[in-house]
Design a protein around this ligand. Structure first.
Ligand SMILES: *Cc1c(COP(=O)(O)O)cnc(C)c1O
Length: 346
């Protein structure tokens, strides 16, 4: 088979959830599974997280809640970050979703379309992305709290930088808006959990740390990507490899051509900076990354295995993200539909 293989380790996923649950102290630990569980497959990932103990799940769009409800069955709560948008009412009702309404307009739309249907509240504590600002919240607060919102939440802009003064600014703003209320409160995603107890409140919302990404430095790798070797050739000094002749052999070089490319989320810009692993040997990518193929210098490997590792034991999503000037989140969500997928453990 010449298909790149994406293996998702559901045991590592569950362990990451459990360790983030410990790090979150007494707070209840939820699970963010937006964007098809960060590209890894919500149908398999969500039930594994539920078995680990997660009872509150989060998606970005109401549409994403349909597949998630199918995967989880009745019981777990499913929150929608984008709230209640026009046209969402039937989806929210049928899949039993809880929109995190982020404006007075959304609140009005929600109670008119689905009277008595649960909702949560999203507040802006300074990120200026989604949520009610303090003045808007002050106007709505009494009415909203009288209807027992399932969650009152906000989101940190700089939680991956523990010393950033914005963390404290947002913590203070969130407390100012919510101290004394009865509804459960939530401020922290992965980064916020690691900022300490003051940031935990009642419910945490980890995403990327579950999937093996920073800022959870102790995360176990969850996504493993292995690329089949299609051909191996010897290239003489002075010969070139790949489109545009961007790489020239400076020594007698063994070049393996593997199945995988930018259509598989191995971004073309990684080319001059990225490596694949042949067993324990780190092998540089040579020449341009094509849509479906990559050339790799395997000269220093004692033998050329059937597959080379792009993600996994030797290389994290954040290492390869660096090669593209991006973040682990984008590497995961860009992997795409072409992989043969295998789920282990769980
Ligand atoms: C994506 C997201 C999360 C999860 O963030 P991670 O950094 O992946 O842990 C939590 N809350 C909100 C509002 C989000 O958009």
């Amino acid at each position: 088979m010449a298909t790149a293989l994406l293996t998702v380790d559901l045991d590592a996923l569950a362990l990451n959830w459990t360790n983030l649950d410990r790090a979150g102290g007494g707070a209840e630990t939820g699970a963010v599974v937006k964007a098809d569980a960060y590209g890894l497959g919500v149908a398999q990932v969500a039930p594994a997280l539920a078995r680990a103990g997660a009872r509150r799940f989060f998606v970005a769009l109401a549409e994403e809640g349909i597949a998630l409800r199918d995967a989880l069955g009745q019981g777990p709560e499913i929150f929608v970050f984008n709230g209640h948008m026009p046209g969402d009412a039937a989806t929210i009702r049928d899949a039993g979703l809880v929109p995190l309404v982020n404006s007075i307009d959304q609140m009005v739309m929600h109670v008119e379309a689905l009277p008595g249907h649960p909702f949560g509240i999203q507040l802006d504590s300074g990120m200026n992305r989604l949520g009610m600002e303090p003045a808007e919240w002050a106007a709505l607060r009494e009415i909203a709290l009288a209807q027992n919102p399932r969650l009152v939440m906000s989101h940190l802009a700089c939680a991956d930088e523990p010393d950033h003064p914005m963390n404290r600014v947002q913590l203070d703003a969130f407390r100012e808006m919510t101290d004394g209320i009865e509804a459960p409160r939530s401020l922290s995603a992965t980064g916020g959990i690691l900022l300490g107890a003051a940031y935990h409140f009642d419910v945490t919302r980890p995403g990327v740390g579950l999937y093996g990404g920073l800022p959870f430095v102790d995360a176990q790798p969850v996504a493993h990507v292995d690329l089949p070797v299609i051909q191996v050739r010897d290239v003489a000094p002075g010969e070139t490899v790949g489109y545009g002749n961007t790489w020239t052999a400076g020594r007698p070089t063994r070049v393996a051509t593997v199945a995988g490319g930018y259509a598989d989320g191995i971004h073309r810009i990684m080319g001059p900076h990225a490596y694949l692993y042949a067993g324990e040997t780190r092998c540089p990518i040579v020449g341009r990354i094509s849509m479906d193929l990559i050339g790799v210098d395997v000269t220093d490997a004692p033998e050329v295995p059937a597959t080379l590792e792009f993600l996994g034991r030797h290389q994290s999503v954040d290492t390869v993200a660096d090669a593209a000037g991006t973040i682990g989140y984008e590497v995961l969500t860009a992997l795409g539909p072409r992989y043969a997928r295998r789920y282990t453990g769980g």
